[in-house]
Design a protein around this ligand. Structure first.
Ligand code: MG
Length: 346
């Protein structure tokens, strides 16, 4: 339970803590694979952790072959179905298995998968904190070298949205990419209305203007706007990404490693994006996402948001607005054990 300072404010709710489930998978090789996932809310965290414990009983004796293990695990849950907590837990195991696999082979994840570490263009990601804080955060990010910034909007009125966007734009100039995220808060007609008003602000994307599972609504909005529409952090699995693309619900895709099914699901989902000519960004999980984006020809932007930084031994470092995945064996996640102990509820 890592306090978020400042709290992450969105148009659909505020998070004051990062509710993280940490996974270690020990192997017979003596190597341990690491991963974390977010339960989004403390309410779900105990259930997610219990589910991980129960699933982990199915792992002893399995070979360290992530795709094989996940195929076998998933085959057990065809009848109940997986979207929700079960997919979240399965993705955490998948990520930890891939991390362990890379460590055993002695390769960074990006090299294991046939790529090389390269700088991944990243954007600084912020909440809905009002005009002054948005401007301050944006200016600080530019000073730190970021060439792209995302803010959350969805204020009570369009006028307030425009005011924040224009104030940030005036502060950072036209050379920096600016994105906005509505976190699903608008109705479809209101999204079209606000989107039209934002269309001349030169935004790099408008994210999740309406409810994430309303693909028809998003398709209407995407067709009506000039600004690219970004979607994907709430797509469950590669098939969710496939449905999103087939529905023409968006112009850009940003799968979330947890919801898309870990590394296994990400690779399938991104292949679908690439076959459809759709640029790919990520959502959360920046350590492993940096490895996977460095591998991706359609790489667009990495979201830089240090959700788990407080418990990581080596948080991602930004240089010239880019994060380069670590070339150490594994997927980039190692614990600061003292911090983990400090933030673990007992
Ligand atoms: Mg978002």
């Amino acid at each position: 339970m890592v306090p978020l300072d400042p709290p992450l404010r969105t148009a659909s709710g505020v998070a004051t803590v990062a509710s993280l489930a940490l996974v270690d998978i020990a192997t017979a090789h003596g190597v341990v694979g690491h991963a974390y996932v977010s339960a989004y809310t403390p309410v779900l965290l105990p259930a997610l952790v219990q589910l991980l414990k129960d699933l982990s009983n199915l792992l002893p004796g399995q070979s360290l072959a992530p795709k094989t293990v996940m195929r076998e695990l998933r085959s057990r849950f065809v009848l109940p179905g997986t979207p929700g907590l079960l997919d979240m837990a399965l993705a955490a195991l998948d990520m930890a298995l891939w991390d362990a696999h890379a460590r055993v082979v002695g390769r960074s994840l990006v090299r294991l998968l046939g790529g090389e570490p390269r700088p991944v263009k990243s954007y600084a990601s912020f909440g809905m904190d009002g005009r002054e804080r948005a401007v301050d955060a944006a200016l600080k990010s530019v000073d730190e070298g970021f060439r792209a910034i995302k803010i959350k909007i969805g204020y009570p009125t369009l006028k307030e949205d425009l005011d924040v966007v224009r104030s940030v734009r005036a502060a950072i100039g036209t050379e920096i990419d600016l994105m906005v995220d509505y976190n699903q808060v608008l109705s479809v007609p209101e999204a079209v209305r606000r989107g039209h008003a934002l269309d001349d602000e030169g935004l790099a994307w408008i994210e999740e203007p309406t409810l994430c599972d309303d693909l028809d609504g998003h398709a209407q909005i995407a067709a009506a706007l000039k600004t690219p529409l970004q979607l994907g952090e709430n797509s469950w699995g590669p098939r969710g990404v496939q449905r999103m693309i087939a529905s023409r619900a968006c112009d850009l895709a940003m799968p979330d490693l947890m919801k898309v099914g870990g590394v296994t699901g990400w690779l399938d989902a991104v292949s679908i994006c690439e076959a459809n000519g759709m640029p790919v960004s990520n959502h959360f999980y920046q350590e492993m996402s940096a490895h996977l984006l460095a591998l991706t020809p359609a790489m667009h932007y990495m979201e830089y948001f240090g959700l788990a930084d407080a418990v990581l031994a080596s948080p991602a470092i930004v240089v010239d607005g880019c994060v380069t995945p670590s070339d150490e064996p594994g997927g980039g996640v190692t614990w600061d054990e003292a911090a983990v102990e400090r933030y673990t509820p007992h």
